[in-house]
Design a protein around this ligand. Structure first.
Ligand code: HEC
Ligand code: HEC
Length: 415
């Protein structure tokens, strides 16, 4: 009995001394929300949103205005502060299937606790409950429209990354994939920076590249990720030329990432056109053209490969694979790995997501040569009928690996 009385006395003492006195909403706001607003660091939202929206967008310098702004947008639940929509937005990172890095997790925890404490304080203030509605134009929220917010989400960027960069990785991965013997060797010599193709796959590589120094958002075309494979002081040598398919993909993707990072997309109209072309799948299947005509020497040659359709007894209308590279003039030789093409969400595309391969059989190889170097002048230009250099039928048994190439005699190519 005595002990209980002491206990009650201590609690009362605590209350009177002010320690347990609940803080006013504006005190909590000043102490916990303002630091988030003023912090030079991005909020936890950047774990998924590269641009377009940030927690700061929802905060106004004034406590009461911020409250009214959030309340009138339906982002605050006074009955259950933890269930407020603004808290749910903060929680999104915690619900992600892949564990975020420790920095995001720590930032998010602080943001969550701050908002829950502040909303709880607001709920306890009868004055705020009856505060008048805030004019719509004075409410705080993301400056960018939803289309831009969506475009700048990492999960949305993955499709474009797979198509534009990942599909051409076979030109790079032997040397740049982390954890491979070749990469381990280079790593010892040149440092961790050479391990930019991540073992876990496309999403992890995207995650690394988008914020890496290999992209120069101010001058996208000067990005190391383009200059190195163009042969500029690159231990790996010339891996693509201006205007070829891999360059086009890398360049388009780097331009997009730069625009997102620089927050230059203001409206839906500014976004790049939706790419309706086929999905692309990189492979280690190789084609070689021997005895190339001297006229093709040292020029960019693209092949488009068409499969035989036994049903219609004709070549398929769309190419099933492409590849491009400069012809080795002295050796009269052209050889390169293939990138497979399939309509989005087709049965082929689905099968190739786990195992891109081509059945054995007869194929039509069409060659296009950039005779006047038009792609160097305009990297967005495409080779067309004017560049058509002829075609040849091949009987192919496609096997992976440089040592198992399908070969065709280019001197037999006819228009
Ligand atoms: C783990 C990833 C992740 C984190 C972290 C994240 N979001 Fe999102 N956000 C998403 C996804 C995914 C969607 C799309 C949800 C949907 O369409 O249902 C989305 C949608 C949104 C939208 C709606 C836009 C639209 O498409 O209609 C807003 C606004 C938003 N988030 C704000 C935020 C804010 C603010 C934060 C930080 C406090 C945040 N998000 C943190 C993944 C995230
Ligand atoms: C034959 C091996 C090899 C191939 C293939 C190769 N590279 Fe490299 N690359 C290297 C080595 C070794 C380095 C480190 C030395 C240097 O900077 O040149 C390097 C460096 C780089 C760097 C600079 C990394 C940094 O953080 O500074 C980039 C970017 C790069 N390569 C891009 C590519 C791209 C893109 C491809 C494919 C289109 C490619 N490389 C193909 C060997 C290769």
């Amino acid at each position: 009995m005595m002990r209980l009385q002491y206990g009650i006395a201590f609690v009362l003492l605590g209350l009177f001394c002010g320690e347990a006195r609940s803080q006013t909403p504006s005190e909590v706001f000043e102490k916990r929300i303002v630091p988030i607003f003023k912090s030079p660091n991005p909020s936890s939202c950047v774990q998924c949103h590269l641009a377009g929206v940030d927690l700061k967008n929802y905060i106004l310098p004034d406590a009461e205005l911020t409250f009214r702004s959030l309340r009138d947008q339906g982002l605050i639940d006074l009955a259950a502060p933890e269930k407020s929509k603004i808290v749910q937005l903060i929680d999104m990172g915690g619900a992600a299937p892949k564990a975020p890095n420790a920095v995001h997790a720590k930032v998010r925890k602080a943001e969550r606790e701050a908002f829950v404490a502040w909303i709880a304080a607001c709920a306890a203030d009868p004055k705020l409950k009856v505060a008048p509605k805030l004019d719509e134009k004075d409410r705080a929220g993301p400056a960018r429209p939803v289309e831009v917010i969506r475009h700048a989400r990492k999960d949305q960027m993955l499709d474009s990354f797979e198509k534009n960069v990942w599909a051409w990785r076979f030109r790079c991965m032997n040397c740049h994939t982390e954890g491979t013997p070749q990469n381990d060797k280079y790593r010892k010599e040149f440092g961790d920076r050479v391990a930019w193709v991540k073992q876990e796959g496309a999403a992890a590589t995207l995650e690394y590249l988008i914020t890496s120094k290999l992209i120069d958002p101010a001058k996208p075309e000067q990005s190391l990720l383009l200059r190195k494979p163009l042969g500029e002081k690159h231990e790996g040598g010339l891996k693509f030329v201006v205007g070829d398919d891999a360059y086009k993909g890398f360049r388009a993707w780097i331009e997009d990432v730069s625009a997102i990072r620089g927050d230059t997309y203001a409206t839906a109209k500014d976004l790049p056109a939706v790419d309706v072309g086929p999905e692309r799948f990189g492979t280690d299947l190789w084609l070689k053209l021997t005895d190339c005509p001297p006229a093709w020497g040292d020029m960019l040659l693209q092949v488009r490969i068409f499969a035989w359709d036994a049903k219609s007894k004709n070549w398929e209308e769309s190419a099933i694979a492409v590849s491009d590279r400069v012809v080795f003039g002295k050796g009269k030789l052209w050889q390169h790995n293939l990138t497979l093409l399939a309509d989005k969400d087709s049965a082929r595309a689905k099968a190739w997501r786990s195992n891109p391969s081509l059945p054995d059989g007869k194929y039509l190889v069409k060659a296009y040569v950039d005779g006047d170097g038009k792609l160097v002048k305009d990297w967005k230009a495409a080779l067309g009928e004017a560049d058509y250099a002829g075609q040849i039928e091949v009987q192919a048994t496609w096997r992976e690996g440089y040592g198992s190439m399908t070969a065709a005699d280019a001197s037999k190519v006819r228009k």
